[in-house]
Design a protein around this ligand. Structure first.
Ligand SMILES: Nc1ncnc2c1ncn2[C@@H]1O[C@H](COP(=O)(O)OP(=O)(O)OP(=O)(O)O)[C@@H](O)[C@H]1O
Length: 298
């Protein structure tokens, strides 16, 4: 099957700044992707290129198998909800729904109205009178009710409280189960969305760092705690993504198989083993600097 999104050696430069360098990945239909990375990594630039709002400097970028630029066939099936979504200020919430209804071919007005109710959004209130969180909720309603085969959310939760964010995650999962599509979530709240994500793409300094199934990734790193000597012995032949010491003890976060022979070795050395969350793993992987010093925990 053709991928929904295909990037082949894509580079994007803004003048002297190379925001995205030589990135290749594909996104398949009916999957929820996490597009993750630190501030300035290049995520928004990638999403803008997929949504035809920026041109790559070089490389090939296809959406639904076609170049997306000024291509209605692609853009009618794509919904991009940005962090600071701009709507005309004299519009009210209902006007935004009407416009969305004219743009997206799978738009479901009934569903949009039920979401408006869930988020407690006043239909007749003007956009300029909405609170920051309400504005984010309006973007989320558009994104969900568009039922676009490719729906991209770029940190859509600015100003949203924890209850509203949980509502977003729950509604997304429910509606995705009933109407599978490709969803891209770019977020820094990795632990919060971890249960939603099926595939993880991590961008670091403009380059692709990880492109992996979320379940595979979850089992790929773990933490061991124990006396420094035992940790050294255990970690010596493994890829260590983080180390810390406290007194005579140390922790090491290593890439390995939590359920295979690594576990037996750790147990034989008397080390305590703990799983590592997706967020911890990505923080460690993207926080690594060459020649970084070991962290003192106390
Ligand atoms: N219009 C622009 N002109 C010059 N440089 C830019 C422009 N837009 C982005 N950049 C630079 O490109 C790099 C990638 O930015 P981008 O916004 O894609 O990162 P991001 O991963 O989305 O970050 P964040 O998580 O903070 O939103 C950064 O160094 C940024 O300063």
């Amino acid at each position: 099957m053709n991928p929904i999104v295909k990037l082949n050696k894509v580079t994007k430069k803004y003048g002297a700044v190379t925001a995205v360098q030589d990135i290749s990945f594909t996104m398949e239909s009916e999957k929820i992707y996490g597009l993750l990375g630190r501030n300035g990594a290049g995520k928004t630039t990638i999403m803008h290129m997929i949504a035809a709002q920026l041109f790559p400097t070089s490389g090939e970028l296809l959406v639904f198998g076609e170049a997306p630029y000024e291509n209605r066939h692609v853009l009618n099936r794509l919904c991009f909800v940005k962090e600071s979504q701009k709507y005309p200020e004299n519009y009210n919430v209902e006007d935004v729904l009407d416009i969305a209804g004219s743009l997206f071919e799978n738009w479901d007005r009934e569903y949009a109205l039920s979401l408006i109710d869930d988020f407690g959004l006043p239909l007749k209130r003007r956009i300029k009178k909405l609170s920051r969180g309400m504005l984010s909720a309006a973007g989320i309603v558009v994104g969900l009710a568009s039922r676009s085969p490719l729906t991209i959310f770029d940190e859509p939760y600015l100003g949203l409280d924890a209850v509203a964010r949980t509502l977003f995650y729950d509604r997304l999962l429910e509606d995705y189960a009933a109407h599978p599509r490709t969803v891209v979530l770019s977020t820094h709240l990795i632990d919060e969305v971890s249960r939603l994500l099926e595939h993880i793409i991590v961008i670091n300094n403009g380059r692709l760092l990880l492109d992996e199934d979320a379940d595979v990734l979850r089992g790929r790193a773990f933490q061991v705690v124990g006396p420094v000597g035992s940790i050294d012995a255990f970690a010596s032949d493994k890829e260590t993504i983080h180390r810390g010491t406290f007194g005579g003890f140390a922790t090491a976060t290593v890439m390995g198989n939590l359920y295979g022979k690594d576990r037996q070795q750790a147990e034989a050395l008397g080390l305590e083993i703990a799983p590592v969350s997706l967020q911890q793993m990505i923080v460690h992987l993207t926080g690594r600097k060459s020649g970084h010093k070991e962290e003192e925990l106390v």
